[in-house]
Design a binder for this molecule. Structure first.
Ligand SMILES: [Ca+2]
Length: 331
């Protein structure tokens, strides 16, 4: 949850926090041991179980590779076209359709309960973890503690660390099995620990919210996130569009002030991709141009705004939407 890019989004916000444990500490094993011991004291002060903490802390190690990954994130500018080709290749579409069919009964049941079309559940699942096949192998506590220790976003990662403790304390998973991405995104839905606490669901009723191994819990947790953040299954996500000559994309963007009825976009010069008129339906939409006026152009509805709460990258939102449409198409 939130998922990786939400963490990235918080970079700027959280970097205003200074390091509570001193600016000049050495970033080495000894400094880490000292940091973790302070973290343990903080957790005890917050009321976490001492026995549990001892168990967790015994397994926490400094992971310089995590910090390196965090510092070396690509300064994208790949185009949306190449992003989509990488994120949603044909083999992934094929797998998505197969998984959709394999799990259809369960997905339909969960989709009905939460009011989310199952193809969007499968599309998020596929984008986040390749349908559970790539969940990340980093021990979550070590990753979060290393990132907190590094210091640029200490407040954020400490908060995630304590949320992960809560997950263990509630008994959803064993400490040794708590694995995730280098940034601490966990399981098949790649929820950050705080998102897990907000949105994860024990759908199969075994007492554990298991987003690592149990498809029913994974699907319901994804659906619950979307439903909680305003999804409406009476609508889809939006559509790719074109402009009539002379319209330059004025009023583009996801700002709520620019979220206006389709009739307004029609009058401004936006058309369906085949240049026919926009639907006459009373639906509000935002215009987005992720690669500028010469790239792909989209009108997006409220459900796309919900996807932006999952991950604030419009590239990500478009790739989920695109895969969901390919699932609907069947190939
Ligand atoms: Ca369960």
């Amino acid at each position: 949850m939130l998922s990786r890019c939400s963490v990235l989004f918080l970079v700027c916000f959280c970097s205003i926090f200074t390091n509570a444990y001193g600016q000049n500490r050495d970033k080495d094993e000894a400094g880490f041991a000292q940091y973790v011991s302070q973290l343990e004291q903080d957790a005890i002060a917050k009321g976490y179980d001492k026995g549990l903490l001892e168990k967790v802390m015994a397994q926490v190690t400094y992971r310089p590779s995590v910090v390196k990954s965090d510092k070396n994130q690509p300064e994208k500018k790949i185009t949306l076209d190449s992003y989509l080709a990488t994120r949603v290749p044909d083999w992934k579409v094929k797998q998505a359709v197969e998984y959709y069919n394999t799990h259809k009964a369960l997905l339909d049941e969960i989709g009905n309960k939460y009011g989310v079309q199952p193809r969007f559940i499968v599309a998020l699942w596929g984008n986040e973890s390749n349908f559970g096949n790539l969940q990340g192998r980093f021990p979550v506590f070590s990753a979060l503690a290393s990132l907190a220790y590094e210091g640029r976003r200490e407040a954020l990662f400490k908060k995630q660390f304590f949320a992960a403790l809560q997950i263990i304390q509630e008994g959803h998973i064993a400490v040794a099995d708590l694995k995730g991405s280098w940034a601490g995104a966990m399981g098949q839905s790649q929820f950050m620990p705080t998102s897990f606490l907000h949105y994860a669901v024990d759908y199969d009723g075994d007492g554990k919210k298991d987003i690592w191994q149990t498809p029913a819990d994974v699907f319901a947790s994804i659906a619950n996130f979307l439903a909680s953040e305003g999804w409406d299954d009476q609508y889809t996500w939006g559509r790719q569009v074109k402009f009539v000559d002379g319209y330059d994309g004025e009023h583009q963007g996801l700002n709520k002030n620019q979220f206006v009825p389709l009739s307004v976009w029609q009058s401004r010069g936006v058309r369906k991709f085949d240049l026919s008129a926009l639907p006459a339906a009373d639906i509000k939409a935002s215009l987005i141009m992720p690669d500028g006026i010469n790239g792909r152009l989209y009108l997006v509805y409220n459900n796309f705004h919900t996807l932006m709460k999952w991950n604030r990258s419009s590239y990500f939102g478009i790739s989920v939407s695109y895969l969901a449409d390919r699932i609907k198409k069947g190939n």
